[in-house]
Design a protein around this ligand. Structure first.
Ligand code: SAM
Length: 282
């Protein structure tokens, strides 16, 4: 879909784009092809797309053989997609808020891929919810604000490393990040965007049943970046368990959360949980 086609569709339907919904549509054919290539789509593969908009990415995905489940919040765009792709068996459009929908949908995502140009305001919660899902997708190829994509991919001790990095990296490994300039979108966003490739690890940092505990520990640990993690976690855990957990995970008592990998936090979570459960057995 060219920029001219995009403008024509919007004006014919009287659609004024909504900034708060992150409606910056990708019209650059090269970037669309690049994104879909990064997702290595096989014929018949199941793809979840959040925020299809006018469907340029949706169409490119289907051209490569994907079966797309697309979740769109804007009723005007849902109507457009339903008319444009009417009768296409490879597309199902759901009119919903993707954040709520993902939380309520009881689906096994393990053989799905997420390919999406995510709305900026809800990109982080969507990524985290899918990454820490009981059955997460095998691959996530998502376009985000470049600054957010860098935070997702950052390594321990990097300036951009934080809670978002740890939560996503507990289950996924960032393997590629390409920059997409503002001129590829309509309207042009004020900042650069980046498309990041996240591959599900063969072994996650924690087992699925411990994810809620992992999240709680990670949030507490990153609540004050400059403070020692041991002190922050004291609010939730007894000192003797923390000492044992830190020893098992090879974490120094004086360490700050920003120096730790998701794997170390995973080991700490597992050990703290074991100690807590052992204590409660009579
Ligand atoms: N995929 C299209 C493209 O690349 O041109 C549009 C991407 S645009 C950045 C984000 C899309 O997400 C918009 O269509 C917007 O209406 C939709 N959106 C915003 N918030 C949403 C939400 N909470 N749930 C589902 N879709 C949402």
């Amino acid at each position: 879909m060219t920029l001219t086609e995009m403008r024509t569709i919007l004006s014919a339907r009287g659609i004024l784009l909504t900034k708060s919904l992150g409606q910056n549509f990708l019209h650059d054919a090269n970037q669309l092809q690049k994104i879909v290539s990064l997702a290595c789509i096989q014929t018949g593969e199941k793809v979840l797309e959040i925020g299809p908009g006018l469907g340029p990415l949706t169409r490119t995905l289907m051209d490569r053989g994907a079966k797309v489940l697309a979740i769109e919040l804007d009723q005007r765009l849902v109507e457009y997609l339903n008319v444009t792709f009417a009768g296409n068996p490879n597309l199902q459009v759901v009119h919903s808020d993707a954040v709520t929908w993902i939380r309520e949908e009881n689906r096994n995502w393990s053989d799905w891929k997420l390919v999406a140009n995510l709305p900026y305001s809800v990109a982080s919660p969507i990524l985290v919810d899918l990454a820490l899902h009981v059955t997460p997708p095998k691959l996530m190829v998502t376009t985000l604000q470049l600054e957010v994509a860098k935070r997702v991919a950052a390594r321990a001790d990097d300036e951009d490393y934080g809670l978002l990095s740890v939560l996503v990296q507990a289950v996924f490994e960032a393997t590629e990040l390409i920059k997409i300039p503002p001129g590829c979108f309509f309207p042009e966003p004020e900042v650069d965007s980046g498309c990041i490739v996240l591959r599900r690890r063969s072994t996650a940092a924690v087992e699925p049943s411990l994810i809620p505990v992992f999240k709680k520990i990670a949030k507490q640990a990153f609540s004050q970046r400059r403070k020692m993690m041991f002190k922050l976690l004291r609010q939730q855990w007894p000192d003797e368990h923390l000492e044992e957990g830190f020893r098992t995970a090879g974490i120094s008592r004086t360490a700050r959360a920003e120096t730790l990998t998701a794997q170390q936090l995973g080991i700490l979570t597992t050990r703290l949980h074991e100690l807590k459960t052992a204590r409660s057995i009579p």
